[in-house]
Design a protein around this ligand. Sequence first.
Ligand SMILES: Cc1cc2nc3c(=O)[nH]c(=O)nc-3n(C[C@H](O)[C@H](O)[C@H](O)COP(=O)(O)OP(=O)(O)OC[C@H]3O[C@@H](n4cnc5c(N)ncnc54)[C@H](O)[C@@H]3O)c2cc1C
Length: 470
Amino acid sequence: MFLYRGACRMRQWSAVNTTPLPSDCSLLVIGGGPAGSAVAASAALAGMDVTVVDMQEFPRDKTCGDGLTPRAVHALTRLWGGDPGEPSPRTGSPGILSGRPEIRGLALHGFGGSVRTPWPDHPSFPPRGSAVPRTTLDAALLDFAAACGAWVVTGWKAVDVSHVGASTAGTVDSVTFRSTERDRKETCTVRCDTLVLAEGVRSGVARLLGVRWLRGLVHGVAARSYCPTPYGDEPWIHSHLELRDAEGVAQPGYGWIFPLGPEEDGEGTRGVNLGCGALSTSRRPAKVNVKKLLGEYADLVRGEWELGEPREITSALLPMGGAVTRVSGVNWAAVGDTAALVNPLNGEGIDYALESAQDLVELLPDAAASPDGLRHIWPAHLRRQYGDAFSLARRLSTLLTMPGLLSAVGPLGMRGPLSDRMMAAATRLMGNLVTPADRDLTARVWLAAGRLSVGHDRYRHPDSRPLFGV
Ligand SMILES: Cc1cc2nc3c(=O)[nH]c(=O)nc-3n(C[C@H](O)[C@H](O)[C@H](O)COP(=O)(O)OP(=O)(O)OC[C@H]3O[C@@H](n4cnc5c(N)ncnc54)[C@H](O)[C@@H]3O)c2cc1C
């Protein structure tokens, strides 16, 4: 394990029976992915005493498409305090997007057509995306948190939580960690004033606090790989909406190719992140082996991209659209994947992880002044920020799980006379590149449809709030 803090960063391999975990801290963050690192960095910048703990050693891999849309670049810019391609004005940390591809937009393929749509010209979101392997991105974000003054500890897994009184929605008192070092059985308890759960999808402590993922609702199952190709510096991310196997039989799901820029590791092994995914609900489970589908997809595009063999193939589930039973108690809150903050229409979660983390830290003073703390403030904030968009996106992606629907409407969008305009709108809406301040027709229709969708949710579930718990 190592620990480090602040400008005088110290990486220290611990001796047995010593613990780098503090016994006490003001803000404790479980998980050092984008959500946890961004909470830790923002809180440290706000002058808080913050400790972030991850069970893995960094750099570590995370199954992901590695794609950053303009929304993610915007969230990174906010955290970084300036252009993420440049050293951070806050810490001097090297530009997190320096030397990374500048993605201009989305190229959509399928149903006999191909359409390239640049990112929209938007007052808030930059016309720029990127892609960075998570091994690199997450380590750089955790380093940034340390440079901001957060106490960073790796190699400890949170295994238990104690709370005051009977209600898990109340006040958390402390968290118990177990060392993940081989042959080291040590445990350690850390008391905290506030706890942030940034554990990702497999959120063990969150479950102990009553956070349940609503798996019956639409969610994703996806696989990714790294493939060598001479076209790693292609400035578009590609998405294939129609996948067929070697016999030409249509397969449920979609594929992506995210160029990672010039050779990632100097040996050309990571030209692009190539992956595929499918949407699933309890009513219409995705009956697809995504790793097998990935192989078929790679075969389909091999010639065009001069692809080598896919490597490092991994798969994972994606909780989506805020579909969890609870996101907070009096002094604890969930961010990122733990709160199912993934866009159901494109599977993006890095941006929502970064945004929710920074928003939460900004809300902490309000929570401190309220007798209920974060209990109601946090879900109310998430509903305000994402409720309409996620409700609508969930509804649309549930429709997409209906067999034959995409094949019926796909050709209209990809080959019709208005395909360029329709796909430009689709790219913007799929990326949730709309804010309440937008006044153009597409945005107005989208925002109104979002409100209707939430109204329908309330009508169908009058006793519960299906987004972000009760
Ligand atoms: C196949 C696939 C493709 C995707 N593609 C994209 C994409 O292209 N773009 C995009 O924006 N999003 C994508 N996503 C979603 C994105 O990966 C997640 O939304 C994002 O990683 C969420 O960040 P996070 O910090 O919440 O969680 P994570 O990144 O999962 O980080 C959680 C951290 O918590 C640690 N942890 C967990 N439990 C404990 C514990 N008990 N104690 C201590 N530490 C713990 C883990 O080790 C991990 O480091 C994809 C997801 C999948 C599965």
